[in-house]
Design a protein around this ligand. Structure first.
Ligand code: HEC
Length: 195
């Protein structure tokens, strides 16, 4: 079995999840959850404030510049790579990689099977290009606040601004309760000592 996973790892393929105990993931999970909560909560506060003060056009600035900045700040503080992704991204830079795409699709299936979208999360230890990584994702449901910029009835001035900034925008037409996307986190683990 060991040889099998090793050869897969060497071929650069993603391998199956390792056991929780193996990586002491229980403790880590709490840290990941807190990191995402901080990031998500911070963005939501800024977004609401900007919407109230300057309306959607000001709030677009928050999403456009502050969200990536907040991600970079978290990365500096924790060493984790964090971001936001979606099956229908507004910014092509947020497009999911193969692993993230698979998880986003599973989130949709789990939601369809009746799970509460607020609680959808997933983690896995994977091996990518010879490096072991813990990857964690937390689903982001669409709430009322979001549809001003991601819904079906977007005001013309916002539409114009979005078109200018994101000519490849796929992130419209969402209804409250649908999954808008997910927060995503990667921690690269130190190399395993040779046995
Ligand atoms: C004022 C307009 C606006 C509102 C309101 C808004 N967003 Fe966005 N959203 C954007 C913009 C602009 C981007 C692209 C940001 C970037 O360039 O990374 C974005 C990107 C995202 C992304 C990253 C994936 C992608 O599509 O690029 C997620 C996830 C997301 N929004 C979720 C939400 C959720 C959930 C809400 C409600 C809580 C929300 N947004 C409210 C404008 C908005």
């Amino acid at each position: 079995m060991k040889r099998f996973t090793l050869s897969l790892a060497l071929s650069g393929l993603i391998i199956s999840p390792l056991s929780l105990a193996d990586e002491k993931l229980d403790g880590k999970l709490a840290t990941y959850r807190n990191t995402m909560k901080e990031l998500g909560g911070g963005l939501l506060t800024e977004l609401s404030a900007a919407l109230k003060e300057g309306g959607p056009n000001k709030a677009i600035e928050v999403c456009h510049t502050k969200a990536p900045q907040a991600g970079a700040k978290v990365a500096d503080k924790t060493g984790f790579k964090v971001g936001r992704t979606s099956l229908k991204p507004r910014n092509p830079q947020n497009a999911p990689d193969a692993w993230e795409e698979g998880v986003l699709k599973k989130f949709e299936e789990r939601k369809a099977a009746g799970e509460n979208p607020q609680n959808l999360e997933y983690h896995e230890v994977i091996e990518k290009d010879g490096q072991r990584q813990v990857r964690y994702m937390k689903a982001v449901p669409t709430v009322e606040l979001c549809v001003a910029c991601h819904g079906t009835d977007i005001a013309p001035d916002i539409q114009a601004k979005l078109k200018e900034l994101y000519p490849e925008d796929k992130a419209t037409g969402f209804q409250v309760g649908e999954l808008r996307g997910a927060f995503t986190l990667t921690e690269t683990l130190p190399a395993k000592p040779k046995e």
